[in-house]
Design a protein around this ligand. Structure first.
Ligand SMILES: [Zn+2]
Length: 75
């Protein structure tokens, strides 16, 4: 697996949630982001981001493995 740098949005995006993105993401938002570091998967980046940001989700495009559908977050 190729190491990838992950970022998290400092300000909440849609539905008041912070989103984790890979730095190569095609839809990186034009807002301030915090660099989480380099990981070999989005799950580790999510764990790191969860220490500082809540609620948290992953980008559906660049982190589909970690993306939580909005109708499942309330469960
Ligand atoms: Zn993304």
């Amino acid at each position: 697996m190729i190491d990838q740098t992950y970022l998290v949005t400092k300000m909440p995006e849609s539905e008041g949630m912070h989103f984790v993105h890979a730095d190569t993401c095609q839809v990186l938002p034009d807002i301030e982001m915090e660099t989480l570091g380099t990981y070999d998967g989005c799950a580790q980046a999510m764990e790191k981001a969860a220490q500082s940001y809540d609620p948290l989700n992953a980008c559906a495009l660049c982190c589909p493995d970690c993306f939580i559908k909005s109708d499942e977050t309330e469960a």
